[in-house]
Design a protein around this ligand. Structure first.
Ligand SMILES: [Fe+2]
Length: 473
C-alpha cells in the first residue's frame, strides 16, 4: 500500500468542497455539538467569534483525552470486530481531520506531520487518498497511544496558532471547517465509548473502564401514553433561523408529511419489562419476529440484549462501570432493531415512525441538553418520573420503524461529494434522540442517526408507539 504525500493527498480535493460531503458522512454517527438557543434550535460555531472558536477547540479536544485517559495503551489498541475502532485510532483520526481539512488548506507552508498517517487515519475519503482497511485497524501497534498523543499535541499547537492569526476576512470559511471538526470529534467521542465498551466486554476479567458510584434502586411506574393529533405536519430541518446553524444534508429538505393520530410512551422500555419478554419466550417465538430478525436470533443465538449474561441465578450486564446485576428499573440497552420490533409485537404495540417521533418531540417542546463539554454519563439512569416525554436525548437512541431514505428533493451533490451522499441510504433504519454517551449539546429533534437493523453495539433502546384510531374508520 502506498502512502500519499501530503501534497498529493490534499491536493486531490479542496477541503472546502468536502464540507457537505463530510457533513453527510459524519451524519451516520450519532450526536453533534451545538449551542442551543432557548427554543432548542441550533446556534452553532458558525456564529462563534474567533476567541470562542479557540475556547471551543480546546474544550472539544480535551474531552477526547479525558475519555481516553483511563484507558491503557493496550486498551487503546484492541479491535474486537470490524465495526469497532481502537481508541487510539479515534484519537488520531479526529486529529487527522483537522490536519487534512483545516491546516492543509489554511496554514501557510503546511507540511503533514507524517505522510503515512494520511493513509492510516483516513476513514472514508478514498478520493482524498488511500486508506487502511477498517477491519484491520487493530493490527496497527505503531504509532502507539503516546505517539498519537504527540500527533495530537502537534496539530493542536498549529491549530491554536492558526486560530490566533485569523482575521475577519478569512473567518467565515475557516469557522465552517473548524466547526465541522468539532462536530466530527464529538461523534467520535461517542464512538470511542461504544467501541471500548465492546472491547472490554470480551475480557473475562470484567474490567471497569470508568468507575462510577452505584445509584440507589428506584421504582419506575408503568409507562403512560401521551396522545398526539394527526394531520399534515412539517418535518426536517427548517432554514428559518437565518444563522447558518449546523445540520446535515440528510435532515433536508424539510417537507410536509401526513400522520395519523398516535400515542407515544412517556419513557423508554425498562430492563424489567425486557425480562418479562424473555420469560414469555420472546426470543423463542418466531411469530414475534421479522424474518431477517428471526434468522439472526438463530444464527447468532440471541437470547438477551448484547451485554447480558445469565450466571445461573440472575442476569448480569457488562457496562462501562463494570459487570453487575441488571437493574430492572433502568432502560434496556444494546438491542437491535429486530429485537425492538419483536418486543413491540409482543407488547401489542409498535415502533414509532421517525416522523411521529420528531413531531411529538417538537410539539412537546422537549429540548436537547445544553453543551457542557462532557457526556451525560456512561450508563443511563432510571426514569425519574414526571409529565411529558422523558429519556428523549440523554438515555438511549430510539429505534424507529422508518428506513433510512432520502427526503423528497434530496439529491447527492456532483463530484467527489457524491461518493458519500446518499450511499448509506440503503438497508439501514433511523434512530432518533440521543444517548447518555452522546456529548451534551449534540442532539436535536431533526437529527437522523442510522444503523443496520442488526446492530446492537450502539447505545440503542426502545420507545413504544401505538395507533389511536383506525384511519379507515
Ligand atoms: Fe470520522
Amino acid at each position: 500500500m502506498s502512502a500519499p504525500t501530503a501534497g498529493t493527498s490534499h491536493s486531490l480535493r479542496s477541503p472546502s468542497h468536502l464540507v457537505d460531503d463530510l457533513s453527510h458522512t459524519l451524519s451516520q454517527h450519532p450526536g453533534f455539538a451545538e449551542r442551543l438557543t432557548e427554543d432548542g434550535s441550533a446556534d452553532v460555531a458558525s456564529e462563534l467569534a474567533i476567541e470562542d472558536l479557540t475556547a471551543t477547540y480546546q474544550s472539544v479536544r480535551a474531552l477526547t483525552e479525558t475519555l481516553a485517559a483511563p484507558l491503557s495503551p493496550e486498551d487503546q489498541t484492541v479491535q474486537t470486530m470490524p465495526d469497532v475502532s481502537p481508541t487510539k485510532w479515534h484519537r488520531a483520526h479526529v486529529t487527522w481531520f483537522f490536519e487534512a481539512f483545516v491546516l492543509a488548506e489554511h496554514q501557510p507552508g503546511f507540511h503533514a506531520y507524517q505522510d503515512t498517517y494520511w493513509t492510516l487515519f483516513n476513514s472514508y475519503y478514498e478520493t482524498v487518498g488511500p486508506r487502511y482497511p477498517r477491519p484491520e485497524r487493530g493490527f496497527i501497534s505503531r504509532p502507539g497511544a503516546y505517539e498519537v498523543g504527540d500527533y495530537r499535541a502537534h496539530v493542536d499547537d498549529r491549530m491554536l496558532d492558526l486560530l490566533a492569526s485569523v482575521n475577519e476576512l478569512s473567518c467565515e470559511k475557516l469557522t465552517s471547517l473548524v466547526n465541522l471538526g468539532f462536530h466530527h470529534e464529538h461523534q467520535h467521542q461517542e464512538l470511542l465509548l461504544m467501541d471500548i465498551k465492546h472491547v472490554l466486554s470480551k475480557n473475562p476479567l470484567q474490567p471497569v473502564a470508568y468507575p462510577g458510584s452505584r445509584r440507589a434502586s428506584t421504582q419506575v411506574g408503568p409507562a403512560q401514553w401521551l396522545p398526539f393529533d394527526g394531520g399534515i405536519v412539517d418535518v426536517g430541518w427548517i432554514d428559518d433561523s437565518g444563522n447558518n446553524s449546523f445540520h446535515f444534508d440528510n435532515e433536508k429538505p424539510a417537507h410536509p408529511v401526513l400522520i395519523q393520530p398516535f400515542a407515544l410512551a412517556d419513557r423508554l422500555v425498562t430492563n424489567g419489562e425486557w425480562m418479562e419478554f424473555i420469560a414469555d419466550g420472546g426470543y423463542e417465538r418466531h411469530e414475534l419476529w421479522l424474518s431477517d430478525g428471526w434468522a439472526r436470533v438463530n444464527a447468532e443465538r440471541w437470547d438477551a440484549p448484547l451485554y447480558w449474561q445469565w450466571d445461573g441465578t440472575q442476569w448480569l450486564e457488562h457496562t462501562l462501570h463494570g459487570t453487575r446485576p441488571v437493574r430492572p428499573e433502568e432502560p434496556v440497552l444494546h438491542v437491535s432493531h429486530y429485537e425492538a420490533d419483536a418486543y413491540a409485537s409482543w407488547a401489542g404495540k409498535r415502533l414509532p415512525t421517525e416522523f411521529e417521533w420528531e413531531h411529538a418531540v417538537r410539539v412537546s417542546g422537549v429540548r436537547p441538553p445544553r453543551s457542557t463539554g462532557d457526556v451525560s454519563g456512561f450508563h443511563p439512569s432510571a426514569d425519574s418520573g414526571g409529565d411529558g416525554l422523558r429519556q428523549v436525548f440523554d438515555s438511549a437512541w430510539q429505534w424507529t420503524s422508518s428506513a433510512y431514505l432520502p427526503y423528497p428533493g434530496f439529491s447527492a451533490p456532483k463530484g467527489a461529494i457524491g461518493e458519500y451522499n446518499g450511499k448509506f441510504m440503503s438497508g439501514q433504519m433511523v434512530l432518533r434522540g440521543g444517548a447518555c454517551v452522546t456529548p451534551r449539546g449534540h442532539a436535536r429533534s431533526t437529527y437522523r442517526n442510522f444503523f443496520p437493523p442488526h446492530s446492537r453495539w450502539p447505545f440503542t433502546g426502545v420507545r413504544l408507539a401505538d395507533s389511536l384510531s383506525d384511519p379507515l374508520d
